[in-house]
Structure formats: structure tokens, C-alpha cells
Write a protein that binds this ligand. Sequence first.
Ligand code: ATP
Length: 209
Amino acid sequence: MRPLGILGGTFDPIHYGHLRPAQEVQRALALEEIRVVPAANPPHRQPPVANAAQRLRMAELAVEDFPGFRVDDREYRRGGPSYTVLTLESLRAELGPRPLCLLLGVDAFLDIETWHHWTRLPELAHLVVMQRPGWQIPAPLSAWAGPRLARDPRQLAGASAGYIYFQAVTPQDISATRLRAAIARGEPVAGQLPPAVWDYIHANRIYSV
Ligand code: ATP
């Protein structure tokens, strides 16, 4: 069975720094599909500027140009804190033994030991870490991560969960925080996110002052 990719995030707003690296992972690992899962109530951070329905809608608009990407609204429907472990548990219950790949930027990977029940995450999915400008892959890896390192993507297809794989991707120096600030200042941001997402932000004056 081909692995399924899961790309979670606050997506406030979704941008090409999320979408293009994920598309490169999709191709490199021959993923069947990428589930884009907006966090309705992201823990560990300031409340988002756009509300959950707006962030979900922006994700839906964004994936129209990305074949094989599908928005999954389970964190929106579930309510409560949007813990990744709960999302992976519910996907695992639905999908059986199929390999699941949780896609993360290096920044998120560096933070993972603070996530709710984080030791469960590699029991539920592989962790596929995408390079991100400004962050370095830790060397050496921590004691829990080192033995899980996969060097060949075929290892991921051969197991349901448990490996960590670092995927080189074309660097996308884009962050949602900087995008919001640029929009508030009225600067051009068109090349950083899909046109339909920008049109939606503009029409609804989401990040403008
Ligand atoms: P912010 O700048 O507000 O922190 P963000 O741009 O990091 O937001 P998130 O929704 O928090 O967006 O990120 C979701 C996931 O996408 C995380 O795993 C994050 O590491 C990854 N990601 C975000 N931007 C990039 C990027 N430019 N390159 C690679 N991965 C990224």
C-alpha cells in the first residue's frame, strides 16, 4: 500500500512554504495522497488571526492547484485542542495498517518533544522532516530519534509507522507570520501563496489593518 501523507498546521494563512515542500515529498515518496489538516484550536501558540472556518476555507482553495492533496477537517469537527496525536489515532483507526507519513518542517521537528503525548507520534506514523530555511537538522539526533532514522524511502513504504526520514526540498523562505505582517503593511505577497487564497484574504480583509 502506498503511504499517505499528513500535513498539519495552523495555516494562518496556508502558503507555498507548506505546499511546495509537501508536493516534493509526495513525489519523492510516491505518496498516495496528502491530507492537509488545519488545526482548529492549535495548542502551544498565540490564537490564530484568521478563524478556524477561514483557515479551513483557505486550505480548500489552496489544494485546488495541487493534485493528490485533500483537506481533512477532522480537527475542526472534533473541537477541543487540536492535538496531532488524536488526529493520527483517528486516521490510524480509519486506515488500518497503511503507512502514514506525518510531514513536518525542521522547526516543528525540533519542537516535537513538547507536543501532547509526543512519544506516541512515531508509534502512529513515520515522521518525514522537510528542510526549512533558517533551521538546521540536529546532529547528532537525540537518543529516541537516532535509531529510527531511515536512509531509503522504501523503508517507509514497508512499515506502518516508526521511521524518521529527512527529505531535502527546494527551500521556500516563507512564513505565515511574515506573510501576515506584509499583508498588514500592504506589501505585495502574490508569489508566496496560491492566487485563490490571496483573493479570499483580500475579499475578506483578513490580515489588513
Ligand atoms: P508561523 O510563521 O506563523 O509560525 P508557519 O508558516 O510555520 O507559521 P504552520 O502552519 O505553523 O506555518 O506550519 C505548518 C507546518 O508546515 C509545520 O510543520 C512547519 O514546520 C511547516 N512549514 C511552514 N513553513 C514552511 C517552509 N517555509 N518550509 C518548510 N516547512 C514549512
